[in-house]
Each structure stands twice: as structure tokens, then as C-alpha cells.
Design a protein around this ligand. Structure first.
Ligand code: HMG
Ligand code: MG
Length: 289
């Protein structure tokens, strides 16, 4: 593939501290979360999803998000972001000085109900003031669409349903849409089929790939998306992760594996792989203990 120099830069959004840890049953100590985020920054990660201002009854592991944001030593140039499902979450995220926030919708009605307790249309109506108020406060907003390559409750999902939600989030003012293969059911072929439809109306720089690795295809799916022009990918150090409302979903693609694959193909990430591996190993040692 012919690429220009800027075309060789890949943006990695490290979601380990949030997506990676949210599903851990035992409480992960605050100090371990803080250490993970600091080690990731030191390894060169420039976009770190550090927290989720969601209901602690729904996701107990994220209940200490304000403390995480308060305790971390922030590196200049690093964007520390958090999930914000509603205005209450946004208020907490702004109070915690998050650099970016994310709203998270789904292409599947059943998953939307199970994950955020409302329909897709209700979620979009709920996100609109969140995006407006975040932007008014000078905080950029990312949008997630879950279940883009399959739903744990509904099975196959039409690409048109993905585009509908992604476009609605872009129209609201989200600067980037992360396409979530929440249950890791995608293959290179289904990834290609989805992106062919998305890219008809949404430019590649506005899309990110978020692959869970349930079937061991996440790196291959990311490489397919890379070939099709995407340059932003979400991943979790140590391959941690899962969603409490997506039974059977396993970890995110591991940042280590993704970075290795990207570097092997001549792409640049700015990430120091040995330091990243230490960060991944340290958090795995804690959650597996
Ligand atoms: P609800 O129960 O419908 O909310 O939950 P509600 O507005 O009726 O409020 C009920 C209670 O929750 C109230 O407290 C609120 O104050 C509280 P009470 O009066 O009962 O004591 N509450 C909150 N507390 C803290 N922070 C908040 C908040 N909002 C309300 N922001 C809600 C609706 C959206 C809040 C809930 O369903 C929720 O928190 N869901 C989050 C689920 C979640 O975090 N899932 C994992 C992340 S998504 C994911 O992993 C997928 C992704 O990685 C991409 C992919 O892989 O596809 C992003
Ligand atoms: Mg996820």
C-alpha cells in the first residue's frame, strides 16, 4: 500500500483503565488504577480513557472515577477522557477536569436497553444536551456505537443501523465515532463489509475501530480497517476487558499486540513497546491475583 508520511501515523486510544477494568469483579485498588494510567502515559500513550462517570449501581468498578482523575499525575499533551452517559455524568467529568468525554450509544435496541436503560432514540435525545454542554465548556466529545458487528441479544446488525447512530452522533457535534465490536464477533470480511457502507458517507478520519478479541480476530480486523483508511484504534493494555452488559464479550484487543502489528507494517504510534508491556503486565498481575 502506498502511504504518505502522515498516513503512517496511527492514533491509539488506550481504553484499558476504563473498558479494561470495568468488568473486573473484585475491586481494583485506586492506587493500581492510578499507576496504570501513569505508566501508560510514560509509555507514550497520548489518549487515555481513564474513567467512567456512570451509575455506581450499574458499574461498581468505576465508582472511584473522580478519585482516579484527582490522583493521577497528568503529563502535558496527554488527553485523559471519561465516559459520560448523561448530564449527571458530564457534570462529574467536568468537575474532574477531563480533557475529553464520550457518549456511548448502540446500533442494537436490546443492547441499548440493557446497557443504558433506554432506547436508541431516547439515548440520542439524552446525548444531545451532554454534547452541547461539553462543547460549550470547551471539552471535545467522542461518540461510541456498540454492537456494530453483532449483538449478544439480537445477533446480526445491519450496517445501516450503525451508520444511522454514527451520523446522529456526528451531527450532534462528536468529533470522532468509535465503532465498537462489543462482543468480538467480527471477522476481516464483516469488518470490510461494515466499513464499505460507513465510508460511503463518513470520512475515515472521523472513524475509530474498537475491537474486542473474543474470537482472536481483533488484530486482523484492525488491519483490515487500517487498509481501508482508518487511523484510530482503541485497545487495552494486557488485553483486559469486557462489558458487564455484553455476556460472553472478552477483552479489548491488547495494545501490545496492536502496536506490534502496526510497527511491523511500518506505521508509527509513538509508543514504547517495552514500557507498555511492563504496564500491561503490572495490571494483569493485580487483576489475576
Ligand atoms: P438509570 O437507572 O436509568 O438512571 O440508569 P436514572 O437516571 O433513572 O438514575 C437512577 C440512579 O442512578 C439515581 O440514583 C441517579 O442519581 C444515578 P438514586 O437516586 O437511585 O440513588 N445516576 C448516576 N450516578 C452516577 N453517575 C451517573 C448517573 N446517572 C444516574 N452518570 C444510566 C441509566 C445510563 C445512568 C445507567 O444505565 C448506567 O450508568 N449505565 C452505564 C453502563 C456502562 O457503563 N456500561 C459499560 C460501558 S459501555 C461499553 O463498555 C461499550 C464500549 O466499550 C464500546 C464497545 O465495546 O462497544 C464503550
Ligand atoms: Mg468496549
Amino acid at each position: 500500500m502506498n502511504t504518505t508520511p502522515s498516513d503512517r501515523q496511527v492514533k491509539i486510544v488506550e481504553v484499558g483503565p476504563r473498558d479494561g477494568l470495568q468488568n473486573e469483579k473484585n475491586p481494583v485498588p485506586l492506587a493500581a488504577k492510578v499507576a496504570l494510567i501513569e505508566q501508560l502515559g510514560a509509555a507514550g500513550l497520548r489518549f487515555i480513557e481513564a474513567a467512567a462517570f456512570v451509575s455506581p449501581k450499574w458499574v461498581p468498578q468505576m465508582a472511584d472515577s473522580a478519585a482516579v482523575m484527582r490522583e493521577i499525575t497528568r503529563l502535558p499533551g496527554v488527553c485523559y477522557s471519561a465516559l459520560t452517559p448523561n448530564l449527571k455524568g458530564l457534570e462529574a467529568a467536568l468537575a474532574a477536569h477531563c480533557d475529553e468525554v464520550a457518549v456511548f450509544g448502540a446500533a442494537s435496541e436490546s443492547f441499548s436497553q440493557r446497557n443504558i436503560n433506554c432506547s436508541i432514540d431516547e439515548s440520542l435525545a439524552r446525548f444531545r444536551p451532554v454534547v452541547e454542554q461539553a462543547l460549550a465548556a470547551g471539552v471535545p466529545v467522542r461518540g461510541y456505537v456498540s454492537c456494530v458487528l453483532g449483538c449478544p441479544y439480537e445477533g446480526d446488525i445491519e450496517p445501516a443501523a450503525v451508520v444511522h447512530v454514527a451520523q446522529a452522533l456526528l451531527d450532534m457535534g462528536c468529533h470522532e465515532i468509535s465503532l465498537g465490536d462489543t462482543i468480538g464477533r467480527g471477522t476481516p470480511a464483516s469488518t470490510r463489509a461494515l466499513l464499505e457502507v460507513c465510508l460511503r458517507t463518513i470520512p475515515a478520519p472521523q472513524l475509530a475501530g474498537h475491537f474486542h478479541d473474543t474470537s482472536g480476530t481483533a488484530v486482523a480486523n484492525a488491519c483490515t480497517a487500517l487498509e481501508m483508511g482508518l487511523r484510530t484504534f482503541d485497545s487495552a493494555a494486557g488485553g483486559l476487558g469486557g462489558c458487564p452488559y455484553a455476556p460472553g464479550a472478552s477483552g479489548n484487543v491488547s495494545t501490545e499486540a496492536l502496536v506490534r502489528a502496526l510497527h511491523a507494517r511500518g506505521f508509527e504510534t509513538g509508543i514504547d513497546l517495552p514500557r507498555l508491556q511492563l504496564a500491561g503486565q503490572a495490571i494483569l498481575d493485580i487483576v489475576r491475583r
